[in-house]
Design a protein around this ligand. Structure first.
Ligand code: TZP
Ligand code: MG
Length: 210
C-alpha cells in the first residue's frame, strides 16, 4: 500500500485531546500516514504530542512523521522526518536518522524540485498547490498544471499539499501524484473519520477510471 496516498498533517492549534481524537478517527477512516506539525509550542509540548500520537498509531501500520525537528523524531523513535527548506540539510538529517527512516522535503519552486534530485530523500512535498489559510507564508502556488509538470519531472514520489479538499481532489488525482496531504479537510471536519473515508473513496474512484 502506498503510504503517501492520504497523508494527514495535524493542526497545531488543536489541543492535545482534540489532536488525539482527530488522529484516532482519521486512522479509523483510513489515513495512510500522519505528520505531527508544531509551529508554536515548545519542544516539550512537541514531544508530548508526538508520543501521544505514536501511542495511537502503534500497531496500525500507519507511519508517524515529525515535521521540521530531527531531535524530536529521534526522541520518540518516529518513522520519519519532514523537512522544510530552512530546516537541517537533508544529508545531515539522513545521517542522524539512518537509512531505515522516511525523509521528506518541502519544495516551493522548480529550482528546489531540481535540487532535491541529488538529495537523500524518500519523497517531496509540493508546497503549496493552492493558497490556504492554514499556512500564510507559502511562496508559490503550483496549481494543477505545476503539479502535473512536477510529477513528470521528479524521480521521487510527490505529495501535494495546500488547499486540497473534496472539491479539487479529482483534478489533483488525475495528475498521477502519489499522495495528498491535508490539514483542515480532515482536522476541521465535523467527523474526521468520515472525511478521511470519503476522501479515500474519492481517490480510489478516480484511480479506477484512469
Ligand atoms: N505546507 C504547505 S501548505 C500547508 C503546509 C503545511 C498547509 C495545508 O493545510 P490545508 O488546511 O490542507 O490547506
Ligand atoms: Mg517545515
Amino acid at each position: 500500500m502506498n503510504p503517501f496516498r492520504l497523508y494527514l498533517v495535524t493542526d497545531d492549534q488543536q489541543d492535545l485531546e482534540t489532536l488525539k481524537s482527530v488522529v484516532t478517527e482519521a486512522v479509523a477512516g483510513g489515513v495512510t500516514m500522519v505528520q505531527i506539525r508544531e509551529k508554536h509550542g515548545d519542544v516539550r509540548a512537541f514531544i508530548e504530542r508526538a508520543q501521544a500520537v505514536k501511542a495511537i498509531l502503534q500497531g496500525t501500520g500507519v507511519p508517524l512523521i515529525i515535521n521540521d525537528r530531527v531531535d524530536v523524531a529521534l526522541a520518540v523513535d518516529a518513522d520519519g522526518v519532514h523537512l522544510g527548506q530552512s530546516d537541517m540539510p537533508a544529508e545531515t538529517a539522513r545521517c542522524l536518522i539512518g537509512k531505515g527512516k522516511l525523509l521528506g522535503l518541502s519544495v516551493e519552486n522548480e529550482q528546489q524540485l531540481m535540487e532535491a534530485e541529488a538529495l537523500p530523500v524518500d519523497y517531496v512535498g509540493l508546497s503549496a498547490i493552492f493558497a490556504t489559510p492554514t499556512k500564510s507564508d507559502t511562496k508559490k502556488e503550483w496549481g494543477i498544471e505545476g503539479l502535473r509538470r512536477a510529477v513528470v519531472q521528479s524521480s521521487f514520489p510527490i505529495v501535494a499539499i495546500g488547499g486540497i479538499n473534496a472539491s479539487n481532489l479529482d483534478d489533483i488525482i488525475t495528475t498521477s501524484v502519489e499522495g495528498i496531504a491535508l490539514v483542515s479537510a480532515i482536522c476541521h471536519a465535523p467527523s474526521p473519520k468520515q472525511a478521511a473515508r470519503e476522501l479515500l473513496q474519492q481517490i480510489e474512484e478516480v484511480h479506477s477510471h484512469k
